[in-house]
Design a protein. Structure first.
Length: 58
């Protein structure tokens, strides 16, 4: 059934997207070093949002 395949594909894409964003945000945070962990820095915000997205996606 086509609806079932779409649901499986969208779920798989959601998992892959969450993993990709989590990896990218972790790399961004490592590149910025200690400054990236500071509150208010865009890398810190991106990392927090990626963690929330990965929890919702996995």
């Amino acid at each position: 059934m086509i609806v079932k395949r779409c649901n499986i594909s969208s779920g798989y894409g959601k998992i892959l997207w969450g993993r990709l964003v989590r990896r990218l945000s972790n790399t961004c945070l490592q590149l910025h070093g200690g400054e990236g962990y500071c509150s208010g820095h865009y890398a810190e915000r991106f990392f927090r949002d990626a963690r929330a997205l990965s929890l919702a996606g996995d």
